[in-house]
Design a binder for this molecule. Structure first.
Ligand SMILES: *[C@@H]1O[C@H](CO)[C@@H](O)[C@H](O)[C@H]1NC(C)=O
Ligand SMILES: *[C@@H]1O[C@H](CO)[C@@H](O)[C@H](O)[C@H]1NC(C)=O
Ligand SMILES: *[C@@H]1O[C@H](CO)[C@@H](O)[C@H](O)[C@H]1NC(C)=O
Ligand SMILES: *[C@@H]1O[C@H](CO)[C@@H](O)[C@H](O)[C@H]1NC(C)=O
Length: 355
């Protein structure tokens, strides 16, 4: 009898060994995910930069950046600026609707002349991470600016799009953007007000650039911050992908501290105190990349630093019922009115820049 019983229950041993195997595999996955992966992050500056900038994400694919018309933009030209650090920057200039109703300019020079003689506001767009200046949510916003009859300049920071692929860092993208803004200020020569628009990571870029320029008394007429965060430490902690890590006791040591030590900070909540032009923050409540609370923190920091000047610092809260999230505030039905009001108010106060 006994051998028969053993034969009947042979599978208990198999189940036991299987469970043991599952436990071992899970422990390995946990060690890898919560220990090894963060350690790789801590000790690899390259990995930190890749994850922060996502510049290797090329989207849309197969786009010829030298032809803005291939993504449906009319009245635009592609050109390249070379910065004082010898970095080639891929740039688009998009004309306001009223200048392309009848015919399109025929040469590079006539595009530039129209910018030099601009009478309508000029918008300089600083994009967020991943993709390039042709990404569709960006194009949608340029087209809104164009319909509102504004000039638009947009570009790719170093290592994005077809700009030069040179060492990427916070100061690198700041220097590129500062160069483009200074170039634009020179070209426009106070003939029209210039507005800077930053989205997502681009809000960190534009806040930092404007703070640096303000210390030289150079200021655009206004700054729009779409879906901004207050600083990189909070953004990386609140990002959905960080949620499985953020409660680890070593999170700060392994994720936040190394970024800061490598000068990847984007501390807009410090820089914003130095910015002199009016600022409009736009944030959707249902943003799941940069939580709404971080835009609010930036707004609060700006208010504290500027003494609660409601004319200088404004915020538009966009209800989650619109479902606009992180990228589609450009579709908000009230956006044209908000932009036009802000542009009118700010243009009146804008001081000319030395040239
Ligand atoms: C040209 O474009 C402007 C701005 O969108 C528009 O208001 C105007 O009616 C257009 N004019 C013509 C002649 O189509
Ligand atoms: C720009 O303005 C200058 C000087 O007022 C003028 O000579 C030139 O023709 C204008 N260019 C265009 C394209 O309107
Ligand atoms: C950015 O510009 C500053 C000031 O001109 C310079 O010292 C620094 O080396 C530049 N940094 C990078 C990464 O290009
Ligand atoms: C800029 O505008 C001023 C005033 O209109 C003019 O005197 C100056 O020559 C212009 N500068 C350039 C570089 O066109």
């Amino acid at each position: 009898m006994v051998p028969v019983i053993i034969a009947d229950f042979w599978y208990i041993g198999v189940i036991y060994r299987f469970l043991l195997w599952i436990i071992k595999v899970s422990i390995c996955i946990y060690i890898f995910l919560l220990g090894l992966l963060p350690l790789v992050f801590r000790y690899s500056y390259q990995v930190q930069k890749k994850i922060l900038f996502l510049n290797f994400v090329h989207w849309p694919l197969g786009i010829d950046l030298s032809k803005p018309e291939t993504v449906g933009i009319k009245g635009a030209r592609n050109f390249y600026l070379t910065t004082d650090e010898n970095v080639k920057i891929g740039t688009w200039q998009i004309l306001p609707q009223s200048l392309i109703n009848e015919s399109l300019p025929e040469s590079e020079e006539s595009y530039e002349a129209l910018l030099r003689n601009a009478t309508r506001p000029v918008f300089l767009y600083m994009h967020g991470n991943s993709g390039n200046r042709a990404s569709s949510h960006r194009v949608e916003l340029y087209q809104l600016f164009q319909r509102l009859n504004f000039h638009v300049i947009c570009f790719d920071y170093r290592s994005y799009g077809d700009s030069d692929n040179v060492d990427l860092s916070e100061m690198g993208v700041i220097n590129d953007s500062k160069f483009v803004l200074e170039w634009l200020i020179k070209i426009v020569n106070n003939s029209a007000p210039i507005f800077v628009w930053g989205h997502s990571l681009g809000t960190g870029v534009s806040s930092h650039v404007l703070a640096i320029l303000a210390s030289n008394d150079v200021n655009p007429a206004g700054l729009f911050l779409e879906s901004p965060f207050n600083n990189l430490a909070d953004e990386i902690t609140e990002h959905p992908l960080a949620q499985i890590f953020k409660h680890l006791p070593w999170f700060h040591w392994v994720i936040v501290q190394p970024l800061y030590n490598n000068q990847l900070r984007f501390e807009s909540d410090r820089h914003i105190g130095k910015i002199q032009c009016p600022i409009m923050i736009l944030h959707a409540e249902d943003d799941n990349v940069v939580p709404f609370s971080l835009g609010e923190k930036l707004f609060n920091a700006a208010n504290e630093l500027h003494g609660y000047n409601i004319e200088q610092i404004q915020m538009t809260r966009i209800d989650s019922s619109y479902g606009l999230g992180h990228k589609y505030i450009c579709r908000y039905k009230d956006l044209p009115r908000i932009i036009e009001n802000f542009v009118t108010q700010s243009s009146k106060k804008a001081m000319p820049n030395k040239n």
